[in-house]
Ligand binder design. Structure first.
Ligand code: SF4
Ligand code: SF4
Length: 543
């Protein structure tokens, strides 16, 4: 192996501002092995499962009611779409399309979304035939690999669901300060969630192969596997996996960082790995960095090496109401109600389900919502006594922990008085909704709820401003156009007046037009004689 590419394990030395150390509650689910959940009979597939597609957007559904489908079959198309961000969804089973309808799937806007309901067949609906195309990808073009990743329906599986093919479509270009680097995000810093931890322990080789594929697509020189120190088994698994990859010249190092929330945030992670702080305007690619979550890399491996579309994911099922908490392969489209039944969860003790972690997750009280690509964890906890929200005591704790160095207390005051403009100036947009400020607030103020609401209001305001700007522009353009027409008309009138004037002047020199008529007649005779002479000359030449 090239000495420049020694595979090493390092301890992180850089830190990010703020952060918290919440109770982890990870052992509840991380100590048991991965299990494949016995699939149900009915699936509700949201046609839109990527963060950049909105619910109103039209997506081409290419199956019809009553149509038979097989596991992994594509259900939606992006080929005719002008939107390059679209990713398709696939059937999670062999079955029949029962219905295609609008259904409320827990979107932040509360708008219903288009879903495809599939009834599974009785016989072995969840086994795929696997053809491992070993090492073929090393001969494939980057474009072809990106297309396959898109066709497989891969989005960021860390919870963000940003289309992976879009991230991979802008190659990194090295400079002397920042060599093109792929950072594998294995931080998994939120309490309760352990699906990435278990995935690494069981599939380290495959995650590394996924990372090598991505690294080839974007021309990376370095790969850094970044992980928190509360996952020692996963660190060991990765170390073992790297040892086995002897034939590949691999510039891969493992970086173990102290456990602190939210170290898995993209900006915080980059700071931990490189010591560089992205400005509010910068993106990771501005520092020649690409960040990919471990589950996404595993999906890339499955798509490229096993030719398998994304139809399921590993989900942490946890909480004090769950009998057998752990990590389960669950097909997309499985209704939460089915999970409740399978895990014997008492509905009467359940107020809501948390999708994701307790800090950044979403509380859902409708149990018919189906699993999707963004659902990495479901927390079923007992009903809790509601805490009373007290007044802000201006203690400043929220500011101390904010990883973005915002002023949550001030944002809160402006939000309460609905002053959206000053909130914009305080950089509300940069808030990553990590919930660290909520966690430390001694007055139990749901700060993030205020910020989310304010963000949607600011968005609405900007939309209105844009609309009024547009209508002003339209009005100005119309005025300009009318002015142009008016000026043209005036110019025409002026010319007509001038012509008339000229004509009347001519009339005064030759009042009855006799001179002009004589001149015209003379000209006509002259022309005719000329024509005759020309004809005669032509005839004598022919003779
Ligand atoms: S932590 Fe809570 S009480 Fe303290 S300043 Fe912030 S909002 Fe106010
Ligand atoms: S939720 Fe926003 S304001 Fe609160 S700590 Fe996180 S980034 Fe800062």
């Amino acid at each position: 192996m090239n000495s420049m590419h020694k595979n090493t394990t390092l301890n992180a030395t850089y830190k990010f501002h703020g952060g918290i150390h919440p109770t982890e509650n990870k052992l509840i689910s991380s100590s048991s092995s991965i299990v494949k959940l016995e699939p149900g009979k009915l699936f509700r597939i949201q046609v839109n499962q990527s963060s950049v597609q909105n619910v109103e957007q039209t997506i081409d559904i290419i199956v019809t009611k009553g149509q038979k489908v097989v596991l992994g079959e594509v259900l939606t198309s992006f080929q005719s779409s002008i939107n390059l961000l679209n990713v398709p969804v696939h059937s999670p089973c062999n079955g029949t399309v029962l219905e295609i309808e609008l259904f409320s799937c827990g979107h932040k806007s509360s708008l219903p979304e288009m879903t495809i309901i599939i009834q599974a067949n009785e016989e072995t609906p969840h086994e795929t035939s696997v053809t491992k195309l070993k090492n073929k990808w090393t001969e494939e073009s980057q474009k072809s690999l990106i297309n396959k990743i898109r066709n497989a329906g891969i989005v960021g599986l860390g919870g963000a669901t940003f289309p992976t093919h879009v991230k991979l479509s802008s190659p990194l270009s090295s400079d002397s300060i920042n060599p093109a680097t792929l950072i594998i995000n294995a931080m998994e810093c939120e309490p309760y969630i352990t699906c990435d931890d278990r995935l690494i322990r069981d599939y380290a080789n495959k995650i590394i192969e996924g990372a090598l594929i991505v690294s080839r697509i974007v021309n990376c020189e370095k790969i850094v596997f970044a992980i928190e120190d509360n996952k020692p088994e996963a660190v060991l698994a990765i170390q073992e996996s790297i040892k086995q990859i002897t034939e590949i010249e691999l510039g891969l190092s493992i970086l173990v960082a102290p456990t602190k929330y939210p170290s898995g945030g993209e900006k915080q992670l980059i700071q931990i790995v490189t010591g560089q702080e992205l400005t509010k305007q910068q993106l990771p690619k501005d520092l020649n960095i690409l960040v990919q979550n471990v589950a996404t890399l595993f999906a890339v491996y499955q798509a490229i090496v096993l030719n398998r579309n994304l139809t399921e994911r590993l989900v942490t099922i946890t909480g004090d109401l769950v009998d057998e908490p752990g990590n389960y392969w669950i097909p997309f489209g499985t209704p939460f109600s089915e999970i409740i039944t399978k895990f014997n969860i008492s509905k009467k003790d359940l107020d809501f389900i948390i999708i994701g972690g307790p800090l950044m997750g979403q509380k859902i009280s409708s149990f018919d919502i189906p699993t999707s690509k963004k659902v990495n964890c479901l927390i079923f906890n007992k009903r809790i006594v509601k805490v009373e929200v007290k007044d802000c005591i201006r203690c400043g704790e929220c500011e101390t922990v904010c990883p973005i160095k915002l002023l949550p207390q001030q944002l809160y005051w402006f939000s309460k008085s609905e002053q959206w403009k000053p909130m914009e100036q305080l950089d509300l947009k940069a808030c990553i909704e990590c919930g660290a400020c909520d966690y430390v607030c001694p007055s139990d103020i749901p700060l993030v709820d205020y910020f989310r609401f304010a963000k949607s209001e600011v968005k609405h305001l900007l939309f209105k401003e844009k609309a009024s700007e547009l209508s002003k522009q339209r009005f100005d353009n119309r005025e300009k156009r009318l002015n142009r027409i008016k000026l043209a008309r005036k110019a025409k009138q002026k010319k007509a007046t001038q012509d008339r004037k000229k004509a009347s002047e001519n009339k005064s020199i030759d009042p009855d037009g006799k001179k002009t008529a004589i001149l015209d007649a003379l000209n006509r005779v002259k022309n005719k004689t000329k024509q005759k002479n020309e004809t005669n000359t032509g005839l004598s030449n022919e003779e």
